[in-house]
Write a protein that binds this ligand. Sequence first.
Ligand SMILES: Cc1cc2nc3c(=O)[nH]c(=O)nc-3n(C[C@H](O)[C@H](O)[C@H](O)COP(=O)(O)OP(=O)(O)OC[C@H]3O[C@@H](n4cnc5c(N)ncnc54)[C@H](O)[C@@H]3O)c2cc1C
Length: 431
Amino acid sequence: MNVALPREHWQNWSGYVSARPLSLRQPTELEQLGDLIKSSPGPVRFVGTGHSFTPLVQSQGTILSLDHFDALVSHDPAALQSRIGAGIEIGALTRKLHRIGQALPNMGDIDKQTFGGALATSTHGSGIGLGAYPTQLRAMQIVDGRGVVREFNSGDHFDEMAAMGASLGVFGGVTEVTIQNILPYRLHRHRWAQCIKEVLDQFESMMTAHRSSEFYYIPFSGQAIFLSSDITDAPISTRPPQKDDDGVVTLRRLRTFLLRFPWLRARLIGSAISRLAGEDYVGEWLDVYASERNVKFNEMEYHVPFEEGAATVRKIISLLENDFPHVYFPLEVRVVAPDEIWLSPFYQRASCSIAIHHDAAEDPQPFFRAAEKIFLAHGGRPHWGKMHNLKAKELSTLYPRWADAMAVRRDMDPDNRFVTPYIAGLLGMEL
Ligand SMILES: Cc1cc2nc3c(=O)[nH]c(=O)nc-3n(C[C@H](O)[C@H](O)[C@H](O)COP(=O)(O)OP(=O)(O)OC[C@H]3O[C@@H](n4cnc5c(N)ncnc54)[C@H](O)[C@@H]3O)c2cc1C
């Protein structure tokens, strides 16, 4: 039985992207999914939890949610692999994995996305030796553009797995995946404030000194909040209450009331940072990575080669502080290991990911367009799920295996069922 969703309107997490599709459906079985892909009004797009900022999900035709495909299907305790429904939310997945003695090697900032959505955009956390989610893929079940269920695994189908690992949802609906996990572990999380000049002067050593290193730069403060995580056997201690949302609200107030008094704004930000920064605790892996994000924003994130990281961050800070004084959201800087996935922004290069954020109620484009020029000048590849303005002409030059990935796409979706005007622009197709 297909369950019609009780809504005619879809919008993403930040509210920036919306759609009025003819049909919004949640198939419950493979055969129904195949029928919907074949016969519902096109174009057909898949949706996870709508946490992408780009119009990847938007369609005037049909939007299909695969959230009924959310089971822990099976697991192999010896190989530490599990077969999961791709529609499962990452937070729910972490709890199921922990119960069977398995763990994700790394996670991003939040655990609200679906695993399928995280794969599709190469969602990542931080760690110079830690890859993005698609690096965990070992096998996938996917329903193609003609509604046919197809199975691939990394042993027999190396090229297809490399092509579809970061899929943008253009190859088909991913229903099940087998993922490589590790044994559960504890993390020692440490968070402190440090002068941004020191952090950038020692960028390479600071970003590689820990299993996971990342930092936020607080605009107009000269200060970074640095976070490190390392595996430990130490006993669990209490995680301090999360204050990130309160911190952002404070930064917004200071921006609003003190825009014309930059010296006072900087001074008060400094005292807010010292209240926010201190954190030093040990937690189970699934309780450490993710935070609540309740203050809505829009985001652009580019992945530049690791060695370009410090120079790029310096230029973005200078741009923000000289030309965009109304921006108050912190910059987020992470590092990610290289991989072999053709459409992954981390393809064959260690990367520094630099994210800029903008109040969801204000127009992000002037700041984002100016920053994008800097990211591109440093060889950046955009996060597929975060705002960017690139089309196939530019994207194809950033991805050495672009043409090969497009050939696999044509095989999976010969009738272009998954191609909206936005997707056509990304892929360089005439509609
Ligand atoms: C508050 C917040 C924090 C975030 N933190 C991070 C972070 O730390 N690191 C990071 O890298 N990104 C981060 N993101 C971005 C986010 O992880 C990605 O945009 C991710 O793709 C969202 O997953 P979703 O389930 O919401 O997918 P959606 O946004 O709903 O869809 C994304 C893409 O996946 C496709 N898709 C979804 N499910 C399937 C499926 N089963 N089969 C085929 N295609 C599918 C869709 O068609 C679409 O192309 C964050 C976003 C927000 C809003």
